[in-house]
Ligand binder design. Structure first.
Ligand code: NAD
Ligand code: ZN
Length: 358
């Protein structure tokens, strides 16, 4: 048995207002080049943008994440960063949700690895350590701040660049930054975390490391989302941030499962965003995750959201086939969910039948 030698984020700060420590933290990492900040453009002109500790010569790029990260966009961003002074920056800092954090990871990796980011979609294909990279989440649930992947949509597939070099050097977790997330987005990204935990807990790769984190994260998600939607206790933001972190740590030592595999397929073809896509898929997976789906529906009802229905009604059979192709590329997810003999347990017909239920 060969156990994973888990690579963790080197440094973590957690606490309300900790964003203010960014400058001090980065000052140690500044060399003779510049820092690149990737900021979700939802903050364009907002208070948070003004608080970024830019030094002379630093580069601030407001990233457009109206589509979730594509390999072509990562390649374009790398070019933009390199064109700034002609040399590589001292570091890349992503400020935003999972999409922006993933862009920061991918750009940092591509500053030191040749070719296109599409060449590295897969497991452990990256050869050289990334440039210094840090994350400051403004939305909680994906666990992207702690994972060893950056999820990218390429020309042929939606698949992460999974590698130890992907892991951030630094994360700054300031619960104040997530307080203004729109409630539906907060819920769906929160459900991403909940689903990570259920898939981890119900998977065959489960172990005490993953169980410990997943159980706590589930408990925190239930506390946050079974409370009344008007309960805006400040504590809830801190809890959600920790749930996201723990969920990420749980899957880092196990794996996600059926929901994520199918949701990648859905998103590749329809462009459905990760949080809502997972929720749509999870809502029809009673046979795989009965207890988790039941709790999901309780939280959905408590928060007074409704899942979109009949999303497949105008989707062609060819497109469903493409979804199935993408879902089946994710072999480790299927193995975690169904065991080593997963190929005997899941067929294209079965996947089609499940997709058609959405
Ligand atoms: P996101 O980053 O795509 O953002 C969703 C929306 O929320 C955007 O419109 C964004 O502008 C907005 N937003 C973000 N912060 C806000 C704030 N404070 N106030 C108001 N609006 C805000 O959403 P996400 O769910 O965090 O991330 C999804 C992405 O993360 C997907 O691309 C998915 O593939 C990826 N992902 C990565 C991992 C990983 O381990 N790397 C894990 C899960 C998901
Ligand atoms: Zn996820």
């Amino acid at each position: 048995m060969n156990f994973r030698n888990f690579k963790n984020v080197a440094n973590t700060v957690f606490g309300p207002g900790s964003f203010e420590q960014t400058d001090e933290i980065l000052s140690e990492k500044r060399g003779n080049s510049f820092m690149t900040f990737l900021l979700d453009d939802v903050f364009d002109g907002k208070e948070l943008e003004k608080r970024i500790p830019l030094h002379d010569g630093d580069l601030l790029i407001k990233v457009d994440i109206s589509n979730e990260p594509k390999t072509s966009y990562v390649d374009e961003l790398r070019q933009q960063v390199m064109a700034h002074t002609g040399k590589a920056p001292d570091g890349v800092i992503g400020i935003g949700g999972g999409s922006t954090m993933d862009l920061a990871k991918a750009v940092a990796l591509m500053l030191t690895n040749p070719g296109s980011s599409a060449d590295y979609q897969g497991w452990d294909l990256i050869k050289n350590p990334a440039a210094y990279h840090a994350a400051i989440p403004t939305l909680s649930g994906t666990g992207a701040c702690v994972s060893r992947t950056t999820v990218l949509t390429g020309p042929e597939k939606k698949l992460g660049i999974n590698s130890d070099y992907t892991v951030f050097d630094q994360i700054i977790l300031d619960p104040e930054l997530i307080k203004d997330v729109p409630p539906d987005q907060r819920f769906y990204t929160g459900m991403d975390c909940f689903i990570h935990c259920i898939e981890s807990l119900e998977g065959t790769f489960l172990n005490a490391f993953s169980r410990g984190y997943a159980e706590k994260a589930c408990e925190l998600c239930l506390e946050v989302f079974l409370a009344s939607p008007d309960d805006d206790s400040e504590d809830a933001d801190g809890k959600l941030m920790m749930a996201s972190l723990f969920g990420g740590l749980s899957i880092a030592y196990s794996q996600v499962g059926v929901c994520h595999a199918m949701s990648y397929g859905l998103s590749f073809v329809l462009g459905t965003r990760h949080g809502i896509g997972n929720s749509i898929v999870f809502n029809v997976l009673d046979e795989y995750y009965p207890e988790g789906v039941k709790q999901f529906r309780e939280m959905l009802a408590k928060q007074d959201f409704e899942m979109p229905a009949n999303i497949m009604k105008d989707v062609s059979d060819d497109d469903i086939d493409k979804m199935i192709d993408v879902a089946l590329i994710l072999e480790p997810l299927w193995e975690n969910a169904l065991g080593k003999d997963w190929k005997q347990k899941i067929t294209r017909e079965k996947l089609k039948e499940i997709y058609k239920r959405m």
